[in-house]
Ligand binder design. Structure first.
Ligand SMILES: [Zn+2]
Ligand SMILES: [Zn+2]
Length: 126
């Protein structure tokens, strides 16, 4: 398996990323203990667009940490290493499913992580 030399985003992001829907600067938050839906992510910093929140989208922009970012992840449309994330309850994908997404909210990159990746990526030799 070849690991391509894709740039890795630096966290925490500075300045705050802009919302890709309305181009307004997003707001930094931390996952609170009150949100049981994402309890596993407690304390993680993230960005939300206050303008889009609950209007045209959930307002979600990005996490602001390196969790799930590995050099072996595919590049997103920004040309940087994507983030491997886990779907929460109530999402279209279903809770616990893994996917790749833009690491910093700069594009709409989305790719489901195939289950085979979890087991073995070695091709059998014939
Ligand atoms: Zn927005
Ligand atoms: Zn991107």
């Amino acid at each position: 398996m070849t690991i391509k030399n894709i740039p890795i985003p630096i966290f925490p992001l500075f300045p705050s990323p802009k919302c890709r829907y309305c181009n307004k600067t997003s707001t930094r938050h931390k996952v609170s203990t009150g949100n049981t839906n994402i309890i596993a992510n407690k304390g993680r910093p993230y960005y939300i667009c206050e303008v889009c929140n609950g209007v045209s989208s959930s307002g979600w922009v990005s996490w602001d940490d390196k969790i799930g970012i590995h050099v072996s992840n595919p590049a997103c449309d920004c040309g940087v290493v994507s983030r491997r994330d886990t779907a929460g309850a109530g999402t279209k994908m279903g809770k616990g499913n893994k996917f790749f997404t833009c690491a910093w909210g700069g594009c709409g990159f989305f790719r489901a992580v195939p289950n085979v990746l979890e087991v073995d990526t070695t091709l059998p030799s014939s």
